[in-house]
Ligand binder design. Sequence first.
Ligand SMILES: *[C@@H]1O[C@H](CO)[C@@H](O)[C@H](O)[C@H]1NC(C)=O
Length: 325
Amino acid sequence: MGLLSPKNTTRTTAHLLPTVTALAVFSVTAIFLYKLLKRYPGMVPDVDMMFDCMDKPRINTTEHRSMPLPLFRYCTTEDHSDIPFPDWSFWGWPETNLRPWDEEFRDIKRGSQRISWSRKDWAARIGYGKSKLSNQCDYKYKIYAEGYAWSVSLKYILSCGSLALIITPDYEDFFSRGLIPLKNYWPVSSNNICPSIKYAVDWGNGHSSEAKAIGKEGQKLMETLSTDSVYDYMFHLIAEYSKLQDFKPVPPSSAKQLCSDSLLCIADYEQRQYLQQSTAFPSQAPPCTLLPADRNVIKSWKQQKKKIIKDVEDMEKVKAQRRSK
Ligand SMILES: *[C@@H]1O[C@H](CO)[C@@H](O)[C@H](O)[C@H]1NC(C)=O
């Protein structure tokens, strides 16, 4: 799929050449790429991006070592080079009654304040149910388990301000790096799930104020993940990616041009409501500034996370040994 945004024009936004089905899946993302162009007029560079809408990462880093293909999708793993991009749920997901993220977060946060920490249910709840998300924050512990790949539920679980027990995931989305074990969530080991959850809950019940503080930090992290910052993330990702292109992208002859009207055509009824609800306006402020890239910072960040997760596993082991004596 080629995606181009001619500079300094307000007319065209994207040239897409996917199948109709892929286009339907991609349409919400296409709508918000279009809004990104409206938000920062003339600032988003021309770019040729390949976007895969399927769940699982494809670019195995080992196999593609000599030349990793730049493929965008909604998640990646440590062993893949796929480039994570914000998923459609940030803009609302009509099929599952999810409203745009900022609205949903505001309500969840309000719901989380309905019951004080000491009166919250000590049970640990898994995932997110069918009831309104803002009514699901009455528990001290909430468990995140990924599904077939990454799950959009992560951000709603963290928003509750409960202690998030995250079963160490294989898949990462674009904000996963911001998750720091014992700072804004509790790591649960994926190969020892039940004892690990039990350990976390016992710990939390014995360290109420620390558990509450970690829950609050998780909620704070989600607050910084506003839709504004998601747009800025998209902007910088595309801008940095375009700097690596050593050719001038041009639309292929078979490309179809998308403008807001054609986006409205491919959107279904509910998507159209969302689209029309939030017309895109140029932003009053420029995008946030990006710190210079530093491989070492990322590397030590990852090592630090691994070490904390290992420390927790060791604590679990010590406890299990004591119990078996
Ligand atoms: C990546 O490819 C290597 C070599 O073929 C293979 O051993 C490894 O299991 C693959 N990794 C994943 C995550 O599929």
